[in-house]
Write a protein that binds this ligand. Structure first.
Ligand SMILES: Nc1nc2c(ncn2[C@@H]2O[C@H](COP(=O)(O)OP(=O)(O)OP(=O)(O)O)[C@@H](O)[C@H]2O)c(=O)[nH]1
Ligand SMILES: [Mg+2]
Length: 221
């Protein structure tokens, strides 16, 4: 399989300070790149003017909305969610590409031996462990870093799931729907780097609460 069979879907919100560095680090590959952002985010748009990437203007607001619109615009067989903040290790993509052939999705985890996170706080660490455990108990999900959302997939498989969440609930709704659909997936270890610059968009309390309610809702559905 060719590197040009893969499109990286980069959701970006106020990432002018980080995204150009991330795009530079990806120049060594031959992947297609879609940056999915809001039309109002002029500074991020300006920051990547000279790069050979497709810009998708998202139809609404939110992280999940950016991903859904980005993946819907993807024309290659495979896609991978890739953050604009510099925390994802781009070298993992090669290993993921090998594994995606016999899977619908390839997840990554910062908690396998050999991996770790430079960006986790005590609160996000505990939150992740808790939600991953809840995913195992309620849905038999074999994912142990459920909120990391560094995931490669077959574009067709993702479209079948019909994920509709426009906010960070996307991070749990997507794997839960995938599991209910009995799709094939695996995970590899991945080392998370520190965000290059700019601010975290996740609100730990608000988004944590929404994610909890979303998981319970899917359990009773
Ligand atoms: N288009 C778009 N992108 C978003 C939105 N919210 C977050 N993102 C992007 O989604 C990615 C993940 O968001 P982050 O803020 O890094 O979330 P996080 O990794 O939990 O937080 P950090 O620990 O600060 O890295 C980044 O590339 C953001 O720019 C949004 O509402 N719209
Ligand atoms: Mg991040």
């Amino acid at each position: 399989m060719e590197q040009s069979d893969l499109t990286l879907i980069i959701p970006a919100k106020n990432e002018a300070e980080s995204l150009p560095t991330v795009l530079n680090s990806l120049k060594k590959f031959n992947f297609k790149i879609i940056v999915s952002l809001h039309d109002e985010d002029k500074s991020t748009i300006e920051s990547i003017e000279s790069y050979n990437v497709e810009i998708v203007k998202q139809s609404a607001k939110g992280y999940g909305n950016a991903l859904i619109d980005g993946i819907n615009a993807c024309k290659t067989k495979y896609f991978c969610i890739f953050n604009a903040d510099g925390s994802f290790n781009e070298n993992d993509l090669i290993k993921m590409l090998e594994l995606i052939v016999q899977n619908d999705f390839v997840f990554t985890t910062r908690y396998y031996p050999g991996a770790r996170s430079e960006d986790d706080t005590i609160v996000t660490y505990i939150g992740n462990k808790f939600f991953s455990l809840l995913g195992k108990i309620l849905f038999s999900l074999k994912i142990n870093d459920i909120l990391y959302t560094y995931v490669m997939g077959k574009t067709e498989s993702f479209k079948k799931l019909n994920v509709k969440n426009h906010d960070f609930r996307f991070c749990v709704a997507f794997p839960i729907k995938m599991q209910k659909d009995n799709m094939m997936y695996t995970s590899i270890a991945s080392h998370e780097k520190k965000r290059i610059a700019g601010k975290k968009k996740v609100n730990v309390i608000k988004d944590g609460f929404l994610i909890l309610i979303e998981m319970i809702r899917h359990y009773f559905k």
